[in-house]
Write a protein that binds this ligand. Structure first.
Ligand code: GDP
Ligand code: MN
Length: 381
């Protein structure tokens, strides 16, 4: 699970990483109040789960409450790479002397943690790594030993961070590593980790991805979800016990079982199309489940055709077909359907479907044929 910057910073501070003091704000008035409480210059920052907010205009420096309120009004509602800004983080502004980059991830192949450190933080690290790879120092951390003091110092030395504050930088690296390990993170990226003019080392940004498989060890992490505004279609699907994930193509996919849905996505992509979503109706889907799934997809304007791929086991294909027939009667489906039924009661299912087959409802015999038809009906992509 990806966290917002302010959530990530709150976790980092648990293991002693220094972060600027700040407040969450959801309205310009709250941003003003936050600036009053914090005092002095503040930075108003869009909270979205993508990087590059600065470049997109999602970060504004404010001299005081007045400007904080104005900045907040500009940033709220802004679209940053497809994410609408609904939450702000207002924090005390920092006087930056240097911007570093540091990240911790798991290197599965090496069975170790990987740390990357650079004195060229604050910018796009992929670009730095591409243009001057020697400026990004990589080192493995033995998970048994942890990030030792000597290793942290060597990193600071090799990445050529400021020498006079090397001890503080090394200590900050160890605190960040501590958060990464003890809080079961998949990723902790701090870009920039700054050196202030007063000689302090502070995490100015935080990109933290939690390992949701470890949530049982951190019951308090569930509260992070309360800060997310769920996607309305995902929420609608969740309420109906359907698994819906938005993708960026045009062929809507309905299948039973995550494995079948994933292979359907693969086949759609193999024949040159792109899936608009992933919708798993799960095991034991009945007529109502299928009408519900189709109803959910009618809310997604990017769908151009829908491919229903069912392999009957516990799920009975005749019930699925019945659900499709009901949906055709009750709902105003704005796109054509391609249906492939196989497994339990497939013959009965196809017979029921036969009564409604038209140029808007296509029955396909194989998964590949179904994918080809659905992609063609979606306009070839
Ligand atoms: P990102 O663009 O989403 O990565 O957001 P960051 O939080 O990393 O901020 C981007 C840049 O804004 C930083 O690299 C800084 O140069 C600048 N910035 C952010 N906060 C402050 C601050 O408190 N003071 C100053 N002077 N600059 C800041
Ligand atoms: Mn950043």
């Amino acid at each position: 699970m990806d966290l917002f910057e302010f959530q990530g910073k709150s976790l980092l501070s648990r293991t002693g990483v220094a972060v600027p003091e700040g407040r969450v704000a959801r309205t310009p008035a709250e941003a003003r109040a936050a600036a009053v409480e914090l005092g002095g210059r503040v930075v108003v920052k869009a909270q979205v789960q993508v990087g590059g907010r600065g470049k997109a205009g999602g970060i504004k420096l404010a001299e005081g409450p007045e400007e904080a309120e104005e900045g907040a009004a500009e940033i709220l509602g802004m679209d940053i790479k497809g994410h609408t800004v609904r939450v702000l983080w207002v924090e005390k502004a920092s006087d930056i002397a240097a911007e570093y980059y540091v990240s911790f991830t798991l290197d599965r192949a090496a069975r170790k943690h990987l740390v990357m450190l650079s004195a060229m933080g604050g910018m796009d690290i992929e670009a730095v790594a591409a243009q001057s790879p020697e400026k990004v120092v990589r080192m493995h951390v033995d998970p048994v030993l942890g990030l030792t003091n000597w290793q942290a110092s060597e990193l600071v030395y090799r990445a050529d961070l400021d020498r006079t504050t090397a001890r503080k930088s090394a200590a900050a690296l160890r605190s960040i590593y501590q958060a990464f390990v003890t809080l079961d993170c998949d990723l902790v990226e701090v870009n920039p980790l700054i050196l202030t003019k007063a000689g302090e080392v502070i995490a100015l940004d935080a990109k933290v991805t939690l390992d949701s498989n470890a949530f049982f060890r951190h019951p308090d992490f569930e509260a992070f979800r309360d800060d997310f505004t769920p996607d309305p279609i995902e929420e609608m699907a969740r309420q109906r016990d359907l698994n819906f994930i938005k993708l960026d193509g045009s062929v809507g996919i309905i299948g039973n079982g995550a494995g079948l849905v994933m292979s359907t996505l693969d086949v759609v992509s193999l024949v040159g199309g792109k899936a608009s979503n992933f919708l798993d109706v799960g095991g034991g889907a009945d007529a109502e489940t299928i009408t519900n799934a189709l109803d959910v997809l009618t809310n997604d304007p990017t769908v151009r055709s829908v491919l229903i791929n069912i392999f009957g086991g516990i799920t009975r294909c005749d019930l699925v077909a019945q659900g499709i027939v009901t949906a055709l009667g009750d709902l105003d489906l704005p796109w054509p359907l391609v249906v492939r039924l196989d497994g339990t009661n497939a013959r009965e299912g196809r017979e029921i479907l036969g009564t409604v087959v038209s140029d808007r409802v296509v029955a396909a015999a194989t998964m590949r044929e179904a994918a080809e038809q659905a992609v063609a009906l979606a306009g070839g992509h």
